[in-house]
Structure formats: C-alpha cells, structure tokens
Write a protein that binds this ligand. Structure first.
Ligand SMILES: Nc1ncnc2c1ncn2[C@@H]1O[C@H](COP(=O)(O)OP(=O)(O)O)[C@@H](O)[C@H]1O
Ligand SMILES: [Mg+2]
Length: 226
C-alpha cells in the first residue's frame, strides 16, 4: 500500500507521516517512510540545488525537471521495490506536489506535468493521499521560512494551496482533505480513521488472495508454471 502526504509547507506533513509510521509499525506492519525531494542519494544532491541558496533564479522548467529527476530516482530505488515486497510506503510529498507547485504555483502546463509524472512514476500512484490543509497565513505563523521555495511570496503559496484543493476535487476517491489546524494528535486520529478501511481491505486480500496460485503443468516432462 502506498500512502502520500501533501499540502503547503508547515501543514504538518512531516509530523503526521512520522506519527502514522509509528502507529503502523506498532501494529506490526512493515513500513517504509520516505520523502521528496531528497529521499535517495541522487535526490539529496538534487534537493541541494532545488532548495539551497545557490540557484535562486532557476527557470521554472529547470525546477520542474529537477523535481521529476528526484522522483524518477525515488520511485525506482525506494518506492517500487518496497511495494513489490508488499510494504506500506509513506511518502512525505509525491507527484501531486509538481502539479500544485510547478503547475498552479509557477503556471506551467498541467497536462504536460501529468504526462511527465506518468513517466517518472512508472504509473505508480498512491492508494491514498492525505492533503493536510492549512491556510498560507497559518503556515506563516508556524515558523520561519527557510528554503528557496518557502521564501516565495504569499501569492505563490496561495496559488499552490488553491491548486491542491482543485486536485482534491478532481480525485476525491484518492485525495482526502484533512484539516490541519487541530492538535497533531487530533489530526493523526482523523488520518487513522480515514485509513482504517484501506487497512481492513488489505488484510482481507491477504487472507483471500485474489490471484489464484499458478497451476503446475507438465510440458514434455518438465514442470512448468503457466
Ligand atoms: N497540528 C499542529 N498544530 C500546531 N503546530 C503543528 C501541527 N503540526 C505540526 N506543527 C508544527 O508546525 C511546524 C511544521 O510542521 P511540519 O510537520 O514540519 O510540516 P510540513 O512537513 O508540512 O512542512 C513544525 O514546527 C511543527 O512542530
Ligand atoms: Mg516537512
């Protein structure tokens, strides 16, 4: 199962992905907690370029492709192998972030970003995405803005915030909007509740596998699997 956390900076993604990972681990699930950008070795280098002070004026398209390169590496090295081993993957940001930030925020063509996302994710989509929703003004009150993206002007953060809400409207079955203003524990409980049917159906699939076991048939004396 693949779970992502999205939303503007300071919405509580890092806090909530940690609380959820702890909770699931305690319940015996095999959890891989990861993040974008920077969840891989190559990604860490890309993150320095993206968020550090050295390239404040990069082009919007360069910014998009750097995030996409980070994601391609993240999917190939971390997410895909973990999902193949039936682990629960929790990612602090994923593909929706490029639509919200580079699409709605920077004004790049959303159709292109969707297409490029399909390429770099190899078609992998989260089963459930928690959009932690706080207003950009609450985000400002939650602490200092440090990196290149966080330092963008208020109007940028407002477009990103609206963009995320549009995305949630277009994908209501996958993206759950979670109000982010309560205490961390209260927000965590809302997330647990929303996740519980997914955990139940995962458990059911485990007990009653949908796919029948491959039949062994003999072909010219050899045992072969078809
Ligand atoms: N529900 C909450 N209420 C108040 N403060 C919070 C809450 N969740 C997180 N914070 C605080 O807000 C800041 C940003 O949280 P964080 O989890 O790092 O957000 P994000 O990863 O979305 O940027 C941190 O200082 C964190 O302790
Ligand atoms: Mg964070």
């Amino acid at each position: 199962m693949f779970i992502s956390f999205e939303g503007i900076d300071k919405g509580g993604k890092t806090t909530q992905s940690s609380l959820l990972a702890q909770y699931l681990k305690k319940r015996g699930y095999d959890v891989v907690k990861t993040f974008e950008p920077g969840g891989t070795r190559l990604g860490m280098r890309i993150k320095e370029i993206l968020l550090g002070p050295s390239h404040a004026k990069m082009s919007e398209t360069s910014e998009l492709f750097l995030y996409l390169a980070d994601r391609a590496e993240h999917v190939q090295k971390i997410i895909k192998p973990a999902l193949e081993h039936r682990k629960i993957v929790i990612s602090d940001r994923f593909a929706d972030a490029s639509i919200a930030y580079q699409g709605y925020g920077r004004g790049l063509e959303i159709d292109w970003i969707e297409e490029l996302n399909r390429i770099v994710t190899q078609g992998i989509l989260p089963d459930i995405t928690f959009l932690l929703d706080i207003t950009p003004s609450l985000a400002t009150r939650r602490g200092e803005k440090k990196d290149r993206m966080e330092k963008e002007q208020m109007s940028f953060h407002q477009r990103v915030h609206q963009g995320y809400l549009e995305l949630a409207k277009s994908h209501p079955e996958r993206i759950k909007v979670v109000p982010g203003e309560g205490t961390p524990q209260k927000v965590h409980l809302t997330i647990r509740e929303a996740l519980s049917p997914y955990l139940a159906s995962r458990q059911q699939n485990k007990n009653h596998p949908v796919k029948a076991r491959p039949k062994r048939v003999s072909i010219e004396g050899n045992e072969d699997v078809v």
